[in-house]
Structures are given as structure tokens and as C-alpha cells.
Write a protein that binds this ligand. Structure first.
Ligand code: K1U
Ligand code: ZN
Length: 186
């Protein structure tokens, strides 16, 4: 198993539409293991492949409480087949937009069709946090972020903040690299 870095805003890969999984092979099983390790370490309750830079329609989730036994769930090629008319609001977070939380309104209940790791098809009905999280993760497979569901003003504000932070981090890295290069030269 390997823990991966989680890619964050404004990384353009977060806007990619992920490819369906054609064959569940050793590569997909390794990807799922790595995704669980990364998600538990973060910590988070869900993760989509693209968040570790893999544009495949693979989602992992675990909604178990802190000290309870893990309840890992793998959803391959998940699709929403039905959404309720009723909406529910939940304060969402995203491992790709660290330390930013906002209320998001989404359908209160959804039905989701997906394949498990054995390639078996399932259709489940989700409500509550499960419905919120599975919609958030399926959005990731389509290049959609939870900030796309909030006001433009809030979205622009948080996006600008992350662009500025990325530029500052870039400058710091190039300064450090420059110093190291000078030391090698000296
Ligand atoms: O996809 C992601 O970025 C993961 C995200 C899932 C999510 C959370 C809340 C609402 C919708 C979707 C997270 O896991 S953010 C972290 C988080 O919510 C959490 C972390 C530790 C314990 C409990 C929750
Ligand atoms: Zn997210």
C-alpha cells in the first residue's frame, strides 16, 4: 500500500472527467488500496481517483464513526440513477480544498448504481451524510467540485485564495532550490 499526495485547488486535473474502468484488474485493486490508505491518513470520509491524480471512475468511502470498526465501501463506475425532489443542506468539506467548509444543497436521497471490486453490480439508495458524500464523490469523477454548488462570490473568493497560496508556495520552493544549487556550485 502507498499513501499519495492529494492534489488541491487550483490544480487543473481536478477538472478532468474521469474514464470508466473497463477491467477490474490488479492495477485497480492496488489503486483502491492506495486510495483507502490516503483517505484514512488525511483523514477523510471519501476520496475519488482524480484526487490522487488518477482519472479513473473509482471512489472509496468510509462513513464509520471515529472509534468504530472501519466500513470501507468501493464504488467503481458509480452513476446516480434517481434523485429525490427534496433537497437537503449539509456543511461540506473537500480534501482538495483544505480547511474550507460551506453549506451545500443537494438532493436529499439518491439511488446509485456501481460495481464492487469483484465486478458485481449493485444499486443502493442513500440518504443523509451517505447521500451527500456519494454525490460529492461522483461530482469529482465528472470534474465538479463542491464550490461549484455555492455562490459565485464565495467560489471566486476561495479560488483566488488558493491561487495566491500556490504562487507563494512556488516562490518559496524556487528560492530553496536556488540556494541548494548555489551551495552545490560553491
Ligand atoms: O472527496 C473529498 O474531498 C473527501 C471529503 C468528503 C465529504 C465530506 C463532507 C461532505 C461531503 C463529502 C472529506 O472527507 S472532507 C473531511 C471530512 O469531512 C471528515 C474528516 C474526518 C472526519 C470526519 C469528516
Ligand atoms: Zn472532495
Amino acid at each position: 500500500m502507498a499513501r499519495h499526495d492529494i492534489i488541491t485547488l487550483p490544480d487543473k486535473r481536478l477538472r478532468l472527467v474521469s474514464e470508466p474502468v473497463k477491467r477490474i484488474d490488479a492495477g485497480i485493486r492496488k489503486l483502491v488500496e492506495d486510495m483507502f490508505e490516503t483517505m484514512y491518513a488525511a483523514p477523510g470520509i471519501g476520496l475519488a481517483g482524480i484526487q490522487i491524480g488518477v482519472a479513473k471512475r473509482v471512489v472509496v468511502m468510509d462513513l464509520s464513526k471515529k472509534d468504530d470498526e472501519h466500513k470501507p465501501l468501493v464504488l467503481i463506475n458509480p452513476e446516480i440513477t434517481w434523485s429525490s425532489q427534496e433537497q437537503a443542506s449539509y456543511e461540506e468539506g473537500c480534501l482538495s480544498i483544505p480547511d474550507y467548509y460551506e453549506e451545500v444543497e443537494r438532493p436529499e436521497r439518491v439511488k446509485v448504481r456501481y460495481l464492487d471490486l469483484d465486478g458485481k453490480a449493485h444499486e443502493i439508495e442513500a440518504g443523509g451524510l451517505f447521500a451527500t458524500c456519494v454525490q460529492h464523490e461522483i461530482d469529482h469523477t465528472n470534474g465538479v467540485l463542491f464550490i461549484d454548488h455555492i455562490s459565485r462570490l464565495k467560489r471566486d473568493r476561495v479560488t483566488k485564495k488558493f491561487i495566491k497560496a500556490a504562487k507563494t508556495a512556488d516562490k518559496t520552493t524556487s528560492k530553496t532550490t536556488d540556494k541548494t544549487a548555489k551551495k552545490v556550485e560553491a
